[in-house]
Write a protein that binds this ligand. Structure first.
Ligand SMILES: NC(=O)C1=CN([C@@H]2O[C@H](COP(=O)(O)OP(=O)(O)OC[C@H]3O[C@@H](n4cnc5c(N)ncnc54)[C@H](O)[C@@H]3O)[C@@H](O)[C@H]2O)C=CC1
Ligand SMILES: O=C(CO)COP(=O)(O)O
Length: 323
């Protein structure tokens, strides 16, 4: 099975490296011509994954048409660009969606946007606790591969698995997506707690009460509770909420230290998906009648509605309730 990867940021490049680890050829589509040049000439993505020598089998292209030669496509664009980029991809290929987010304007999950952009393509979702740099170095990683078609899921799992990269199969596509999208917003909240010096008790409370919010939203959208408790939900939540290696956590840390969101978000090259997903998630939750106070608080911080201490006070002053 020849793999193509759409999107050559840190994660797309790391996944291309995984898929080429057995000496196979992998075609990596990049948005920026300088990334195509760097990968092909120097075997390094110096823009997005510097310091990782890439296998000779990883070849970059800026030509979507070249992906016609592939049997399956990993889609690793920023969530808000997925629809537009996929619309130009070859039709009818199995798509493995690796982006984490909810689409602005439509409130759609990536699988829903992809199904509209490429109506004839079977869809899987690959999501879990996976910092790109660690995966690219071959450090042990487990991940959820969700697919409605078990035979296709097994074929793709067999193709991408490595001794240090272990996919677990699921048929809950929506559940796998919701975990990855919601945890990014909660990670911003945990970063705020770090930046504002609120302590580790606060972080643990945000993780577990945030997980309850993820569960309520997931239930409203048809996710299974055990998927949310697995790698793509709780696993990724714990990872992203506990390290400045996370772009979302770092963004929150900056907010907690008092830097306004617009300053933190201006001119950044890498993507902090939670900043885009937060308002979309808040609106979708309100529409579905799902209570998500931590997500609301993160939105208020991103929108510079009030100083951090006032927003934290308001979160703590909510009426007492059963757990
Ligand atoms: N980096 C990581 O460790 C992981 C990232 N992800 C997800 O993968 C997705 C991609 O993230 P990364 O690879 O980390 O990206 P990145 O932050 O390393 O790079 C930014 C990406 O945005 C693309 N881009 C910039 N402007 C664009 C435009 N106007 N149109 C289309 N594309 C544009 C760049 O080409 C590049 O691929 C995100 O949804 C992220 O949540 C998932 C798991 C791990
Ligand atoms: O999704 C990730 C790890 O699983 C990466 O997290 P960040 O996008 O916050 O860096």
């Amino acid at each position: 099975m020849k793999i193509g990867v759409i999107g050559a940021g840190a994660w797309g490049t790391a996944l291309a490296q995984v898929c080429a680890a057995g000496g196979e050829e992998v075609l990596l589509w990049a948005f920026e011509p300088e990334v195509v040049e760097a990968v092909n000439a120097a075997h390094e993505n110096s823009l997005y994954l510097p310091g990782v020598p890439l296998s000779a089998g990883v070849r970059a292209t800026g030509d979507m048409g070249a992906l016609e030669a592939c049997d399956a496509l990993l889609v690793v664009t920023p969530a808000q660009h997925l629809r537009a980029i996929l619309a130009n991809a070859p039709a009818g290929k199995p798509l493995v969606l690796c982006s984490k987010g909810i689409e602005a304007g439509t409130g759609m999950l990536m699988s829903e946007a992809a199904a509209q952009a490429q109506p004839g393509s079977p869809i899987c979702v690959l999501s879990g606790p996976t910092f790109a740099h660690e995966v690219a170095k071959g450090l042990p990683t487990a991940i959820t591969l969700a697919c409605g078609d078990p035979a296709l899921g097994q074929k793709i799992a067999a193709r991408i698995a490595r001794p240090g990269f272990r996919p677990y199969l699921s048929d809950d596509v929506v559940g796998a997506e919701i975990g990855g999208a919601v945890k990014n917003v909660l990670a911003i909240g945990c970063g705020v707690a770090e930046g504002a010096g609120l302590g580790l008790n606060a972080r643990a409370s945000l993780i577990s009460r945030g997980f309850a919010e993820m569960g309520r939203f997931g239930q409203a959208r048809g996710a299974r509770a055990e998927t949310l408790a697995g790698l793509s939900g709780l696993g990724d939540l714990v990872l992203t909420c506990s390290s400045t290696n996370s772009r979302n956590f770092s963004l929150g840390k900056g907010l907690g230290e008092g830097t306004p969101a617009r300053e933190l978000l201006a001119n950044r090259r890498t993507v902090a998906e939670g900043a885009f997903t937060a308002p979309v998630l808040r609106d979708a939750a309100r529409q579905a009648g799902v209570d998500m106070p931590i997500v609301e608080a993160v939105c208020a911080l991103l929108e510079d509605k009030a100083p951090t201490d006032r927003i934290v006070e308001a979160l703590l002053a909510r009426p007492l309730r059963p757990e």
